[in-house]
Ligand binder design. Structure first.
Ligand code: ASP
Ligand code: MG
Length: 414
């Protein structure tokens, strides 16, 4: 019998209590009974990471990154140990492995470190001894021996990196949702479940705040060609496969519609229009690791122009401080900031081959009398910034315009 190696990652909601952990452990055991080798990766028990961060926030708003990582990494440590204890109590041999025991080595950008090396000798030994490894997700160790973490939601990335390094047959991501939908069903009741989506489309959706997968995990899965599947740990047959573009049947131009709320904009009014201005405005933001997303520079009139860009709302205060300084230096008339905006995006591999997709999106927004403030497009995505109060209406309108609506009462999949 050919044994497959499966990496199973369980998110916080799937391991929220010891009862949940027991149920997951039984699932792990039954995958093994089917003749597979299984390595488990766990997140912290649901809500635990937030609780730990709140403890630090009771002391200071700016804990040192190294210590914040040491703090939050305990969430995964607790869960991995409890999972191993549970598996053992059910009669299976199991062994917890922390990031530093693998070891999973990262750079030293604390709180959002990137993996530089995944060593597999130890976990391979455990697998060869027919013991179930239970890996603490999200955490690693830097070259100089400090505990690091991979950014919120980073356990997915641990799982995919392990799957890639161990050349696993598949990486299963279990959470409280049974996959990816054409829109957030809470906003758009006619959203449909998606059976197969390409890495590229998934990457766009994850980057736009669809919380199903950590972006970096999708990037790694594509790079190392790891078959990735999203399932619910609460049962049900539905699942979403994330696969290569060629394997996705191209049945619709647009795969999904997303709404991103964490968006703010800053405008500089009457900026002298001369070479180097954009660089002067944006480079302090780049230095502060603030992600500038959309940028608009108006046509210049009598040597002056307006310059507007969007950033995550969480960085607004910091960005305002930095841009204020530049505004004075370059003699801008005024700086305006607003956070009552949202970004709505249509995502799909059909965009690059179907002219007219953008027009169709704009038409659906205009038919609802929604004004578009900013636009950006890429091969796989068209995004519009609009007023916040129209966000959910816009999602439904665009979802319908691209014929994604589930019109039959029975549930339909794409
Ligand atoms: N526990 C971490 C978080 O809540 C990592 C994860 O769940 O993937 O962000
Ligand atoms: Mg998660």
């Amino acid at each position: 019998m050919v044994m497959s190696l499966i990496i199973q990652k369980y998110g916080g909601s799937s391991v929220a209590t010891t009862d949940h952990i027991r149920r997951v452990a039984m699932g792990v055991a039954s995958s093994r009974v089917k003749g597979n080798k299984v390595a488990v990766v766990v997140s912290a028990m649901g809500g635990q990471t937030d609780q730990l961060l709140n403890l630090a926030a009771e002391i200071t708003n700016h804990p040192p990154g190294r210590e914040q990582d040491a703090l939050v990494a305990t969430g995964e440590q607790v869960c991995a140990a409890l999972m191993a204890i549970t598996l053992e109590s059910l009669g299976h041999r199991a062994k917890s492995l922390m990031g530093l025991q693998l070891p999973l080595i990262t750079d030293n950008v604390h709180t959002r470190a990137r993996i530089t090396e995944m060593q597999t000798e130890n976990i391979e030994q455990v697998l060869n001894d027919d013991i179930i490894p239970v890996v603490a997700g999200f955490q690693g160790i830097t070259e100089d021996g400090s505990i690091s973490t991979l950014g919120r939601g980073g356990s997915d990335t641990t799982a995919v990196a392990l799957a890639a390094s161990l050349n696993a047959d598949c990486c299963e991501i279990y959470s409280d949702v049974d996959g990816v939908y054409t829109a957030d069903p809470n906003i758009c009741p006619k959203a449909r479940h998606i059976k197969k989506i390409s890495y590229q489309e998934m990457l766009e959706l994850a980057g736009l705040g669809a919380k199903v997968l950590h972006s970096r995990s999708v990037e790694l899965a594509q790079k190392y060609q790891v078959p990735l599947v999203v399932k619910s740990s609460f049962g049900g047959e539905r699942q979403t496969w994330i696969v290569n573009e060629e394997e996705v049947m191209e049945n619709s131009v647009i795969k999904g519609v997303t709404l991103e709320k964490n968006v703010s904009k800053i405008s500089l009014i009457r900026v002298p229009d001369r070479p180097g201005i954009a660089y002067q405005i944006l480079s302090p933001l780049a230095d502060a690791a603030i992600n500038v997303d959309m940028i608009i520079q108006n046509a210049s009139i009598e040597g002056y122009t307006d310059f507007t860009f969007t950033i995550p709302t969480s960085d607004l205060a910091k960005a305002k401080g930095l841009v204020e300084i530049v505004a004075a230096e370059i003699g801008a008339q005024e700086m305006l900031a607003a956070n009552n905006i949202v970004k709505i995006s249509a995502v799909g591999i059909g965009i690059k081959t179907n002219p007219g997709v953008a027009a169709r999106m704009f038409r659906s927004l205009s038919s609802e009398n929604i004004n578009i403030e900013m636009i950006s497009t890429s091969e796989y995505r068209i995004s519009c910034v609009i007023e916040e109060k129209y966000g959910e209406l816009a999602v439904r309108a665009v979802h319908k315009a691209f014929e994604l609506d589930n019109i039959k009462q029975e549930e339909k999949e794409v």
